[in-house]
Design a protein around this ligand. Structure first.
Ligand SMILES: NC(=O)c1ccc[n+]([C@@H]2O[C@H](COP(=O)([O-])OP(=O)(O)OC[C@H]3O[C@@H](n4cnc5c(N)ncnc54)[C@H](O)[C@@H]3O)[C@@H](O)[C@H]2O)c1
Length: 415
């Protein structure tokens, strides 16, 4: 490298480090704001534009941002206008899952770096279209599986990887909590909310607080239930800890027993994911807060022939099989701020320093895995998955659920 090129490169690297990154935010609800706060905490950013389908969310976001950065971002209902902002360095997308694919693909077309919230997409084929768009763009993408930054999961995975627990024969994953369904009588949406835009490509559905902001998670058409919404985090962490790719087949059973008529996804579920190495079993009870051992209500058991390892966000415990040996509990102190670390990693990648670790291809696998679980649940039978062709085999009815038709005028991005 000659001196001029060297100085120019070093100079622009310095500018890249010091210049405030200009970000956009699409979806300014609960987690959009959590992500924006993480970006402020990481430092060196400002939000130039925000999109939301609800003007109240826009006003609240603008007030917060004006305080944090001293200037008011451009506010709009249309995500396209965020992406058109001149000089944008990156965009955070935190809309509900049915609104992930289109803004993501539009951002890729502009080669913009994206921090994309989980699950990657509402359906499996959207996710593939997103992979294709990101590949074509070569843009920087970080998907919001921030538990990848969990020190407890990392240490547990290292311990398992070094053979500390022997051969892992099964992993049990669970998050039990007490869901609180809201009023589900069809009613007019709040005047600030553009419900038609909010629904976008999803099937036409009446508004009720139970499917509105933040509560859409247990609605089949939007969040597709607890396994896809929250369960996806420890399921992703388990897949990564065991170095698994995609399941060969998936089975699931359960139902809506306590909340019948109030939510449209199961309040009680067991799903079995069969991999070459070993099975992963998922369980949830959305009414089960009175647990025999509340400390394991949210986490993963890795059962090995030498030891069992329990891992949660900030703690992992080894329970050796041998009699007379004691449990070893490891608490992560101070607790890892996983969201901050995940955001820092993305922002550093945007500045040309390092890589964002959670790629769209890998996030698709964890997303597709749990979506297959819901397909098996809905069809009440085991589903066989062929990884090479990315197809459900031998079950045309279940295979239809790989792709949900978009509501006009929106067009499903999978060709
Ligand atoms: N990583 C995590 O731990 C984590 C935690 C919570 C939520 N999330 C994810 O974040 C995303 C948002 O979840 P949430 O809990 O904040 O939901 P939310 O309902 O609180 O917020 C979503 C926002 O998106 C807006 N919106 C809807 N359609 C839009 C559109 N076309 N353009 C712009 N804005 C639109 C809504 O009006 C709402 O304000 C989801 O994908 C969710 O899975 C991730």
């Amino acid at each position: 490298m000659n001196r001029r090129v060297f100085l120019a490169t070093a100079g622009s690297a310095l500018i890249a480090q010091e210049r405030r990154l200009k970000l956009g935010l699409i979806g300014a609800g609960w987690y959009g704001i959590v992500d924006a706060q993480a970006a402020y905490k990481a430092g060196g950013v400002e939000f130039a534009a925000v999109a939301d389908a609800d003007t109240k969310m826009l006003d609240d976001a603008a007030a917060l941002m004006e305080k944090a950065q001293g200037s008011r971002p451009k506010l709009t209902k249309r995500y396209e206008e965020v992406l058109e902002t001149p000089g944008l360095d990156g965009v955070i997308i935190a809309t509900p899952p049915h609104w992930h694919a289109l803004p993501f693909i539009a951002a890729c077309k502009r080669k913009l770096p994206v921090y994309m919230e989980k699950p990657l997409a509402y359906d499996i084929r959207e996710g593939q279209a997103m992979i294709k768009a990101a590949k074509a763009a070569g843009n920087i993408v970080q998907v919001g599986f921030q538990r990848r930054q969990s020190e407890a999961f990392k240490q547990a995975a290292d311990f398992i990887g070094s053979g500390g627990a022997g051969t892992i024969v099964q992993a049990d994953v669970q998050i039990h909590y007490t869901a609180v369904p809201l009023d589900n009588t069809p009613q007019a949406p709040p005047p600030t909310l553009d419900w038609e835009l909010w629904l976008g490509p999803a099937p036409k559905m009446s508004y009720s607080p139970n499917v509105g902001h933040k509560s859409w998670r247990l609605e089949k058409n939007i969040g597709n239930g607890h396994l896809v919404d929250w369960g996806i985090h420890p399921m992703d962490a388990t897949r990564k800890a065991l170095g698994l790719d995609m399941p060969k087949w998936v089975n699931a059973a359960g139902g809506t027993y306590l909340y019948k008529g109030r939510i449209t996804t199961p309040d009680t579920l067991t799903a079995h994911f069969e991999f070459d190495r070993c099975p992963i079993v998922w369980r949830h009870r959305l009414w089960g807060s009175a647990e025999f051992s509340p400390e394991t209500q949210n986490g993963v058991f890795f059962y090995g022939d030498k030891a069992t390892v329990f891992a949660a966000d900030q703690r992992w415990v080894v329970i050796p099989r041998e009699k007379g040996t004691e449990r070893q509990a490891h608490d992560i102190k101070p607790a890892t701020d996983m969201g901050l670390k995940h955001m820092q990693e993305w922002l550093a990648a945007v500045r040309g320093q390092g890589k964002a670790g959670c790629t769209v291809e890998d996030a698709w696998k964890s997303t597709a895995m749990v979506q297959l679980g819901m397909i098996a649940y809905n069809h009440k039978r085991a589903i066989a998955w062929d990884a090479a062709s990315a197809k459900i085999v031998g079950d045309p009815a279940a295979a239809k659920d790989l792709m949900r038709p978009y509501r006009a005028p929106y067009k499903h991005p999978f060709a």
